[in-house]
Structures are given as C-alpha cells and as structure tokens.
Write a protein that binds this ligand. Structure first.
Ligand SMILES: *Cc1c(COP(=O)(O)O)cnc(C)c1O
Length: 228
C-alpha cells in the first residue's frame, strides 16, 4: 500500500531528524515515480506526496501532462541531454538536479534567456568516484560552478549526489559529508546562497538526513520494485 509506505518513510525521516536535532519540515520528500504508471503516481499524490521526480524525459513528457491530481513541484533527476532540453522545459521543472556539463548548461541558459525565465538547478557531484556515475568530481566542483555562474538565467540552488552502492555505512556517510563540505566551501568562496542538498535514496536516506540532506529522493520504498 502506497499510503502505508509513505507513512512509514515519514516516520523514519522523523526519527532520523530527531537523532540529529533537525526539524522534519526542513527535509523535503521527493517521490521518485520513474517507471510507474500515471495511476500509481495519482495514488501517491492522493496519499500526500507533493513533489515528484522522474529521470527520463521521454517518460516524463508522456506521464506528467496526464496527471489529474495536483502536485506542487516536478523535479527532473536524470541525466540531462542537451537535445532534450526543449521537451523537458515544456513540463516547467521546479528543479533540475543533475547538471554536470557546461555545454548543456549553456544550452539550457540560452533557452531560458530566450523565454525570459530563470531555471533552478543543482550540480551533480560524483562523491563515490564510481566511473559509471554521472557528476562532477569533487576536485573539479569549484571550477565548474565558477563557469556556471556566467549563465545568468540559471539559479544554482545547491548540489546533488548519489551515494556509493555499498553495505559500508561509513563509506556512504563519507560521500554525504563530502557533499556537505563542498556545498559550504562553494557558498563561501562565491558568496552564494545555495540552500538545497539533494542526497539520500531508499537505502541510505537516514544517513543523508543525519549529514544535512534537505531533500531525499525515494522510489522503491514507496512504490516497490520498479517496472523495467
Ligand atoms: C531512481 C532514483 C532514485 C530513487 O531510488 P530508490 O533507491 O528506489 O529510492 C533517486 N535518485 C535518483 C537520481 C534516481 O535515479
């Protein structure tokens, strides 16, 4: 039951917040609906999910316009390909979590400039160092964000990472702690006011909250196994 699952997740989020003296209202729950049907998404929205995330533009453009239940925000969490920017932008994403290429950022910026809009974005950082993962390496984060700042129609809201796939809780914690440190360094270095740390998924969201996550992205713990 989706509503039961959501209730359990919120309880676990609350417990994690309690352990580290944080307020549950400061941590957003993004329901990751990738591979799930419009009906399932509507069920989650009725059960109190307000923010929804998809990782494939071709799926999102099919499903999001079909939703009959209201949602507060749509987030794009997948890898952004520059040839799909126009399609994605028709969905008016509240936040794009996954910018990691300057050429794509420039194209997105040009699109926004032409439309007279600003787009909230996060920069994806590869804190695990796994080669299969997208994202900017930690050592390159400062230079990348320095270059991004020239794109006046992009609003840099924060950073995102995907934790290492491992049973080793301390290694996962290290990834999240590193993201938080990069976040603080960059805010200071560039005088930015980034306020979103997007980290934590089904397997590791409690550690992420303890390390300062503002936004957890939860799929399987709400919707069960994905339909691939
Ligand atoms: C699929 C996905 C999630 C959700 O993963 P679960 O482990 O099912 O919670 C979160 N973030 C990103 C970027 C994803 O692609």
């Amino acid at each position: 039951m989706i509503s039961e699952n959501i209730k359990k997740i919120r309880e676990r989020m609350e417990e994690a917040c309690r352990r580290c003296g944080r307020n549950i209202n400061d941590v957003k729950l993004l329901g990751v609906t990738k591979t799930h049907t419009v009906e399932t998404m509507e069920e989650a929205l009725r059960a109190g999910i307000e923010y929804i995330g998809e990782n494939k533009i071709q799926d999102a453009v099919k499903k999001i316009p079909e939703l009959k239940e209201p949602y507060k925000e749509f987030h794009f969490i997948g890898h952004l390909q520059s040839n799909k920017i126009n399609k994605l932008m028709t969905l008016r994403p509240h936040l794009i979590h996954s910018l990691d290429k300057i050429s794509t950022a420039r194209k997105l910026n040009n699109y926004c400039e032409a439309k007279g809009i600003k787009q909230n974005i996060l920069v994806e950082i590869n804190t695990s160092g796994e080669e299969t993962k997208n994202g900017i390496l930690p050592k390159d984060a400062e230079e990348f964000i320095g270059a991004l700042l020239e794109n006046n129609n992009l609003k840099i809201k924060g950073l995102m990472t995907i934790g290492t796939r491992t049973e080793d809780k301390e290694e996962i914690r290290r990834c999240f702690r590193q993201l938080r440190e990069i976040f603080e360094d960059i805010n200071e270095k560039f005088g930015l006011e980034m306020d979103v740390l997007s980290m934590g998924m089904t397997g590791d969201f409690e550690i992420a909250i303890e390390e300062g996550s503002d936004l957890v992205r939860i799929g399987s713990a709400i919707f069960g196994k994905r339909n691939v």
